[in-house]
Design a protein around this ligand. Structure first.
Ligand code: HEM
Length: 568
């Protein structure tokens, strides 16, 4: 247990014991960055770590990985850290490890594993045992090859799953194509994996269900963080990808972010740490096929798919009074063919008020209500605005727009940019919005009913389904993708790709949406995150919020099942 009374996560990290680079007479081993970076990601997340290798004891470092040109901050930290060095020198024997003792297993890469781990019966049995018991398995660089003989339900584990690993091009670049027993990329494809890669040496990791793979040394951090996020999200299906660019500095971790929400709002057990007040909905999305030219995601093929959603109000107060100017939210989950999921959480603002996760974190505290006045401390607000005049400017644009009267006639904005890839392999930057088909009506002052927005939503859905058009906004090369506070030029092409219909409403207590984490990185094949650091931050902080609330006793929501019945 940690200081918050949460169970400590247990991770088994596996390294190679092999130090001969084929018949070259040269030395190999594990790649130091691929141990050091994940090791510190895990240790900083408070994980209980065990290290193992086929022979036990000190595993061999690939001397090449420690050359001056390959040095990284994590390696520098490792060299100063006697605890890490000691742990590495005393790895346990892989053959005595048991999946029951851990939450997941992570394979460190390097060329060494190609000789002593990829066909190692202890390793194969261990991975199968982890995976069969519902636990995630992860590997980076050459180590995704350890999955090539692993079977699940009678077929290779990687068959039909999105995977990555050291590319043929990267192997060629290090002149070892003819030395390694097989090429990781070719072998993963041969056994049926849906192999994907970023450019050589770029950071790239993929999560598909419980399988996490990273491409190369630069992907070590992304793969480790993807694994931590996955553990935080609990069992998920579908896939999502990480393109490096993790937001977190050593000072700002997902846990600290969630702590700050709690500091500002108090702890409301069982509720989301942000967008705490909400209502479940469901319905369907009918695609008109227009999106296919931008993305091969099945959601854009002309068909109907089921949708679960949740309307919410910004802020960590589950019982706050509805106000016309509070940011409105809509989280959606599209259930796609072959078990894929697409999740998106959108808001009623056309721009995100802040550029980066760090500024959002800072702003939360600056706008914390003073218990004496019920309002933020003007001095703190002023100090924040002086530090971030750009946020003041963005808010001017946001507040200049007229507010709509209710949830039903609100436009919802996805804000962050994504990368869409079509069947021909063409990638385009894309954002999306949901445009209401209910007519616009301007908001008036809040009536005394503290749930008036939600009550009206319930009445409307009981009367007739509510509908929105999903519009893709097509970016051009050079359009900024890493900053959700900057819009794209107004003349960018807009593609109407189909209609969302919401025809059922349910109190949170009764809705499947309560237990969904509307992570923006739960994406189907054909959609991938952009370089926006807010995306990885959101994914990580939502997972943290989800983990906390999932383990807590639930309290009744502001909008009760009786309120929903009243609207019938
Ligand atoms: C660094 C930036 C952000 C942070 C740290 C953050 C944090 C959070 C947290 C902690 C939750 C609760 C998650 C849960 O327990 O399931 C949440 C929910 C939500 N966020 Fe964010 N958020 C960020 C940016 C955004 C942006 C850019 C959007 C809109 C595009 C957005 C829209 C929403 C919505 C609609 C929900 C409610 C979803 C639901 O009903 O579960 N957030 N956010």
């Amino acid at each position: 247990m940690n200081s918050k009374g949460e169970r400590t996560m247990k991770i088994l990290m596996v390294l190679t014991s092999h130090d001969q680079l084929g018949n070259t007479g040269r030395k190999t081993g594990f790649w130091l960055e691929e141990f050091a970076a994940p090791y510190f990601v895990f240790r900083d997340a408070g994980v209980d770590l065990t290290l193992a290798s086929p022979k036990g004891g000190q595993p061999p470092v690939d001397p090449k990985s420690d050359l001056p040109e390959n040095q990284t901050p994590a390696m520098a930290r490792f060299k100063q850290d006697s605890e890490a060095q000691k742990a590495l020198s005393k790895t346990l024997k892989l053959s005595v490890m048991k999946s029951e003792d851990f939450d997941t297993i992570f394979y460190v890469g390097g060329h060494g594993p190609m000789w002593d781990l990829v066909d190692n019966p202890d390793s194969i049995a261990l991975i199968e045992s982890f995976y069969n018991s519902g636990k995630p398995v992860a590997a980076v660089c050459h180590s995704p090859a350890v999955f090539h003989r692993v079977m699940f339900e009678g077929v290779p584990l990687v068959k039909g799953k999105r995977v990555t690993g050291f590319t043929n091009g990267e192997e060629e670049a290090v002149h070892l194509t003819k030395v390694v027993p097989f090429l990781v990329e070719d072998e993963l494809k041969r056994v049926g994996g849906l192999y994907e890669k970023a450019a050589d040496w770029e950071s790239f990791a993929i999560v598909d269900g419980r399988l996490v793979t990273g491409q190369n040394p630069a992907s070590s951090t992304a793969a480790a963080k993807a694994l931590i996020t996955l553990l935080g999200e609990g069992a998920v299906t579908g896939a999502f990808a990480y393109f490096g660019g993790w937001f977190s500095t050593d000072e700002l971790t997902p846990s600290r972010f969630a702590d700050r929400f709690e500091e500002v709002n108090g702890v409301h057990t069982g509720f989301r740490r942000n967008h705490a007040k909400g209502l479940g909905v469901s319905g369907f999305f009918e695609s008109n096929g227009n999106g296919v030219r931008l993305s091969k995601a099945t959601v854009f093929e002309a068909r109907r798919v089921q949708v679960i959603g949740r309307f919410s109000l910004d802020g960590g107060q589950p019982y706050q009074s509805d106000r016309p100017d509070t940011r409105r939210g809509l989280g959606l989950q599209f259930s796609l063919p072959h078990g894929e999921l697409w999740r998106t959480a959108m808001i009623s603002f056309p721009l995100f008020p802040v550029r980066t996760p760090e500024i959002f974190y800072e702003r939360l505290l600056a706008f914390k209500s003073d218990p004496a006045t019920g309002k933020p401390d003007p001095a703190k607000v002023k100090a924040f605005e002086e530090r971030h005049p750009e946020t003041v400017e963005v808010l001017k644009v946001i507040t200049a727009r007229p507010l709509s009267s209710g949830f039903g006639n609100t436009t919802f904005y996805g804000l962050n940019a994504f990368r869409f890839t079509n069947a021909a392999g063409k990638t385009t930057p894309v954002r999306w919005i949901l445009e209401p088909m209910q007519p616009f009506e301007a908001a008036s002052a809040a009536p005394p009913d503290k749930n008036y927005l939600f009550d009206e939503l319930i009445m409307q859905i009981h009367r007739q389904p509510l509908r929105w058009r999903l519009i893709l906004i097509v970016g051009k090369p050079g359009d900024p993708t890493s900053d959700p506070s900057i819009g794209w030029p107004a003349d960018r092409q807009q593609v109407d790709v189909g209609v969302l219909t919401l025809n059922r409403v349910e109190a949170e207590e009764c809705s499947a949406a309560r237990d969904i984490n509307f992570s923006p990185l739960m994406l189907p094949a054909g959609m991938a995150p952009s370089d926006d650091p807010v995306l990885s931050a959101r994914s990580a902080v939502y997972a943290q919020s989800f983990t906390r609330r999932a383990g807590e006793t639930k309290q009744p929501s502001a909008i009760t099942p009786a309120d929903v019945m009243k609207g019938e």
